[in-house]
Ligand binder design. Sequence first.
Ligand SMILES: [Zn+2]
Length: 239
Amino acid sequence: MKKDIRSLVDLQSVDLEIKKLDEEMAVGGSELEKQRATIEERKKNIKEYVAKRELCDSRNKEIEVELEAGLEMIKDRQAKLMNVQTNREYQSLLKEIEDAKNSNKQREDESVRLMEQIEFVQNKEEEQSRLCDEEEKSLAVDTAAFDDNVAKLNSKKTKIMKTRDEQVLKVKADQLKRYEQLRERRKGVAVVGVTDGVCLGCFMNVPPQLYNEVLKEDKLHSCPTCNRMLYYRPAGEEA
Ligand SMILES: [Zn+2]
């Protein structure tokens, strides 16, 4: 039985190594995902700034045309002033000129506000584009490093998987079945040590009687709390 327990412990340690490799790859992958998401968000912002700037630009062009038309009208009315017949007609022309001048003044004010907005948006756009470029460069570097690392981790994993295949052969079929079931249900950890009466899987005390049984190592026992298979692990000994 001692040998059976040892085989399970060894298999568990191989599986934990594999788990660590998988987690390392996953962490690196999700780091890159975050970077990609940031870049996407920034590109969306840039698009919005561009759209806003284009809107301001086109309104500004409209204003130019309107201003020109306003000036034409003022010139026209001023020319007519020279040939008016009645005071009423004269007053009416003066009013039209006054109104046209006011309208143009408002347009000029609007144009100034638009120019300010365009400048603001343009600065934002440039700032975001610069950040986006930097982030894309850094993403490219990190992606290359990640791919490199994944290749290394995968070759490590291939080796460990071979060790695992060998290790699996040493474990009895019924024990292996139980081991795999537990591993699935218990976050990849099916076999755990008991040190000083504490299960190192769930960190609960195991009953003294059971602890004594585990110490004897003549039968495979389970933790009454987390159900994992137990082996005796002296204090201070690495798993
Ligand atoms: Zn436990």
